[in-house]
Design a protein around this ligand. Structure first.
Ligand code: DC
Length: 218
């Protein structure tokens, strides 16, 4: 049996930290799907930054290696902004989505399953996920959290970046950020990250025992 958890939500809601926690606690292979978009963005920037050449964007997406992405240099506002811009391109999304599914299907016995976090995990990448969670938080709180993480970036710049990305990621035609069917919504505005992680751990635990019961009955 391979168990799958989909965690979606906007920037700064806490989904990355929660996904890492769940991955360790339940021994699930983890993929931060945003990193694939960020890696594609890094390659675009390296080439001179044409975000409109759709054919080239698809070629760049092919180059993204799911197993060898290093976070170094990907956590900048510039990369985040370009990632969100190129994420509207359907052909690039098709290639990256396939890579994410391949990653999810390639589970060795060392793991109980997978946890993916992003914007369209529960809606598009793994619509059959056993547990789907939509993590959200007030915009101001998300901006504060991101400003703390980025340290040297001014709060106003972070606010503008988050507003622009929320609008683009939520309103694009292909795979916009949406609450997936069957997703449990977790608002982390008034929760510490530890409290948020524990709440999600309980939901995952429940999901796992529901599956065990179903397996025993059938
Ligand atoms: O989660 P993040 O901030 O690292 O993601 C960067 C951008 O990548 C985000 O603004 C939109 C895009 N993205 C996406 O379109 N679909 C995903 N599943 C993950 C990220």
């Amino acid at each position: 049996m391979s168990f799958s958890v989909a965690i979606d939500g906007p920037a700064g809601a806490g989904k990355g930290t929660i996904a890492r926690y769940i991955s360790e606690k339940f021994n699930l292979k983890h993929l931060d799907t945003g990193l694939l978009y960020r890696e594609a963005a890094r390659l675009v920037i390296e080439e001179g930054g044409n975000t409109l050449d759709v054919v080239r964007l698809e070629e760049i997406a092919q180059k993204v290696d799911t197993h060898h992405i290093t976070e170094e240099n990907l956590r900048t506002e510039e990369v985040a902004s370009v990632a969100s811009q190129i994420a509207v391109v359907p052909s690039l999304r098709r290639v990256l989505t396939q890579k994410m599914r391949d990653f999810s299907n390639d589970i060795t016995l060392a793991y109980q399953g997978v946890v993916l976090d992003g914007r369209d995990v529960g809606t598009v990448i793994l619509p059959q996920a056993d547990v789907k969670i939509y993590v959200t938080a007030d915009e101001q709180v998300r901006v504060l959290r991101r400003t703390k993480e980025l340290e040297s970036v001014a709060m106003q710049t972070v606010l503008e970046g988050i507003k622009a990305r929320d609008a683009r990621d939520g309103n694009r035609q292909t795979a916009p950020l949406q609450i997936a069917d069957g997703a449990i919504i977790l608002d982390t505005t008034f929760l510490s990250i530890e409290e948020a992680c524990e709440k999600v751990a309980k939901i995952v635990m429940q999901g796992m025992s529901d599956i065990l019961v179903k397996t025993k009955i059938s």
